[in-house]
Write a protein that binds this ligand. Structure first.
Ligand code: FES
Length: 341
């Protein structure tokens, strides 16, 4: 048994086999729907279900209540149970991209370095041996843990103009498979990287830019900052970086150095749990610091961090006047370090 999936606005349809997700069906027919994690975590593959019905057997926590109310589904987690029509407007896809199929690919890299930035965050550099890998600042990759079939998702932290390099900022977990690999791997170990994926990117506008990072969520924003500096950005950029304590902040000097290349750059590290009396910066939740900073906002906002940070920030930003369509974010979860928008 198979079901027909009609794709608007491209007036094209393809068949999904019994039990096949909409994404699997599209890719099997050499069509593209943008995707990332393929397991319901990142939200990249959102489409609108216009007609018909689907089963959602897997995880779909990347959907907000607003998404569900608007019949948005995840193509990677939706299995048609009857003929369907989907609208790919939420997938941000052009007709040319749709018909030209999946251009992401597997890259071979070698582990160049692992540097501890805090007690539980490391910077990892992989050198691509069959690149270059063109990407947009804000995108992410899937990294296969050598010797396993396990894949972990990480944002790219380097500037897109830095050819042949994959720089990741990785949260370390005591029992994490990738953390164990990093602890034991020798430089030169071959690592497969798939990508690039994701739709997070700096959008063209005249509005000032507000960036909000938590923990290892700094990575895509760092890539964006580097790219903005390299391109001579003349929009004001403000970065709030939340951490538990001063020991959990990292790359502070590097951020200031990058920021010096941007005409108007403000950087606010915010400590939420402990700080010394002479700590000169902000304290409390990063959202409280933003509220104190500006009660009214008319920014484009880019965020990456744990879901609770995103959940707290979105209503605050909207209350302060940011338009919903100008809020772009990735949320990540410990299990898969999944990035989402
Ligand atoms: Fe579907 Fe990530 S690819 S949620």
């Amino acid at each position: 048994m198979s079901y027909k999936v009609t794709v608007s606005p491209f007036s094209h349809s393809f068949e999904c086999e019994e039990g096949e997700t909409i994404l699997e069906g599209a890719l099997r027919h050499s069509l593209l729907l943008k995707y990332g994690c393929k397991h319901g975590g990142c939200g990249t593959c959102k489409v609108k279900l216009v007609d018909g019905d689907v089963d959602e057997p897997g995880s779909s926590f990347a959907l907000t209540s607003t998404d569900r109310a608007e019949e948005i589904v995840l193509a990677c987690a939706s299995v048609p149970v009857e003929d369907c029509e989907i609208d790919v407007e939420p997938n941000n896809l052009t007709e040319e991209e749709f018909f030209s199929g999946d251009k992401s690919r597997c890259y071979s890299t070698v582990l160049a370095s692992v540097d501890l930035l805090t007690t539980d965050i490391a910077r990892v550099r992989l050198d691509i041996t069959d690149g270059p890998m063109p990407f947009v600042a804000g995108q992410f990759v899937n990294v296969e843990i050598p010797g396993t079939a396990l894949v972990r998702t990480f944002s790219l932290a380097n500037c897109p103009s830095q050819d042949g390099v994959v720089e990741l900022i990785c949260k370390l977990y005591p029992d994490g498979a990738f953390s164990r690999f990093l602890a034991e791997a020798a430089p030169g170990t071959v690592v497969k990287v798939f990508g690039p994926y994701g739709q997070l990117k700096v959008h063209l506008s005249h509005r000032p830019i507000l960036m909000i990072a938590g923990g290892s969520g700094l990575a895509p924003l760092l890539s964006m900052l580097r790219d903005l500096a390299a391109k001579g950005c003349d929009r004001p950029v403000s970065l709030f970086f939340g951490a538990r304590s001063e020991a959990d902040l990292y790359l502070v000097a590097e951020i200031r150095e990058i920021g010096a290349g941007i005409a108007e750059f403000e950087f606010y590290p915010v400590l939420s749990q402990s700080w010394t009396q002479d700590w000169p910066g902000e304290t409390g939740m990063v959202t409280d610091a933003i509220r104190r900073w500006r009660p009214e906002l008319a920014h484009d906002v880019y965020m990456c961090g744990p879901p609770p940070m995103i959940d707290a920030a979105v209503p605050l930003l909207l209350d302060a006047g940011v338009r919903p369509r100008n809020v772009y974010f990735d949320a990540f979860t410990p299990a898969a370090q999944t990035v989402a928008i």
